[in-house]
Write a protein that binds this ligand. Structure first.
Ligand SMILES: NC(=O)c1ccc[n+]([C@@H]2O[C@H](COP(=O)([O-])OP(=O)(O)OC[C@H]3O[C@@H](n4cnc5c(N)ncnc54)[C@H](O)[C@@H]3O)[C@@H](O)[C@H]2O)c1
Ligand SMILES: [Zn+2]
Length: 364
């Protein structure tokens, strides 16, 4: 059983298929394709093996131009040409390397993507972006080069650790909340509790809901100039938390904490007063997800709000005189706000980080 839909983009339209047991079927349909994957996936899923497989290490320190160059050399050695189709099977690191390599190998080859992490399935697979680290600068180089096909086999989630599952749920909750309509209610109905993920039908339904919602943002604003920026909700705080923790707190989980910090800032600045019901629901949901991440409370307790503020200030989305942030308005909807760069605002932001380090201890 699978469900499909099309995504329209200025570079090309592409299809998304969501279901179970799609891996073997897809690989059988493309016997000559070159597979790019990560060593752990190749070890755990026997069909991701053979002479056309290139593996990389899915480690943030390897998401760099040296790995791009290695993969290109391996492709040349394996005889890849302009007609070669690449199938990338992995999480966000494989996706970022694959997007960059597929767009540049012999000026661009056809490729398909099979995400293996929940974060990849519900969010990053759609949109066509790549981000590569250069030196100490994370995600500083990149481009847009969507795959021709995205095939999502939710069976991959069976082997995912709890923290990785929660990371994906935080991003899915963010996307569904960003929609102004009742998508977030539908999300909450599916995810009444974290255990609901283990029911067979939940994962494909969740992935479809999240991606069909993201599709609306991406199709309206392919290059991040307007409405798609709302999907950065929680990210400026999140990136700062991720970096301050030395990446001990992973991306999706840091975004979850960042969402709670952004809610707190919206309230302390008086932008969102009196907690509209959907904001209360979001907060409760994020808390229940994040409390099930092993060891998170102690990682957060170690964070320095001043260090986090320093990282926050360096975010590439700010301008010279304003911090650009996604906050919630009085009706509980997301909006992009430009906050003047001055000490009173920075005190509010630092307090939001302070709050984030203790939020999981809060008595409800
Ligand atoms: N291009 C984009 O639009 C975009 C968006 C968001 C994040 N990202 C990038 O994605 C990266 C994070 O990606 P991620 O969290 O998807 O994972 P990842 O690629 O970093 O993988 C995390 C770990 O999970 C393992 N893993 C992957 N699939 C598994 C499975 N099914 N079972 C067991 N283990 C599995 C990997 O081997 C790795 O050890 C970051 O580098 C981030 O910058 C890119
Ligand atoms: Zn994200």
């Amino acid at each position: 059983m699978s469900e499909s839909f099309e995504v329209h983009s200025s570079l090309r339209d592409y299809s998304v298929r969501v279901g179970t047991n799609l891996l073997d079927c897809h690989l059988r349909q493309h016997p000559d394709a070159l597979i790019l994957s990560d060593a752990r996936i190749a070890a755990a899923w026997p069909s991701v093996s053979g002479r056309h497989v290139i593996t990389i290490e899915a480690d943030e320190s390897k998401k760099n131009l040296a790995t791009v160059a290695d993969v290109i050399e391996r492709m040349r050695e394996l005889g890849a040409n302009r007609q070669t189709v690449m199938i990338a099977v992995g999480g966000g690191i494989v996706q970022d390397i694959a997007t960059f390599v597929a767009s540049s190998y012999m000026r661009g080859i056809r490729w398909a993507y099979m995400p293996t992490t929940l974060l990849g399935m519900v969010d990053s697979c759609l949109g066509g972006k790549s981000s590569i680290n250069v030196g100490q600068f994370k995600n500083i180089a990149g481009n847009y080069y969507p795959p021709w096909e995205i095939i999502i086999d939710t069976e991959f989630c069976r082997t995912l650790p709890q923290t990785q599952r929660i990371a994906g749920l935080c991003e899915a909750a963010k996307i569904c909340f960003a929609d102004r309509d009742e998508v977030f209610d539908r999300y909450l109905a599916l995810l009444s509790d974290v255990g609901a993920l283990d029911r067979d039908a939940t994962l494909p339904a969740l992935v479809s809901l999240s991606l069909s919602t993201k599709k609306k943002f991406v199709e309206q604003d392919e290059f991040d100039q307007g409405i798609r920026l709302l999907l950065n909700f929680g990210h400026t705080f999140g990136h700062a938390i991720e970096a301050t923790s030395g990446f001990a707190v992973n991306h999706g989980v840091a975004v979850g904490i960042g969402i709670l910090a952004a809610l707190q800032l919206s309230e302390s600045l008086g932008i969102c007063d009196g907690t509209p019901p959907r904001v209360g629901q979001l907060k409760q949901h994020m808390l229940s997800l994040l409390r099930s991440v092993p060891g998170l409370e102690s990682e957060l307790a170690k964070l320095s709000p001043s260090d986090a503020l320093t990282r926050f200030k360096a975010d590439k989305k700010h301008s010279q005189d304003a911090y650009a942030l996604i906050l919630v308005d009085a009706g509980g909807q997301l909006e992009r706000r430009l906050l003047p760069i001055k000490p009173q605002i920075e005190t509010h932001i630092k307090n939001a980080f302070e709050y984030a380090t203790k939020v999981l201890d809060e008595i409800q």
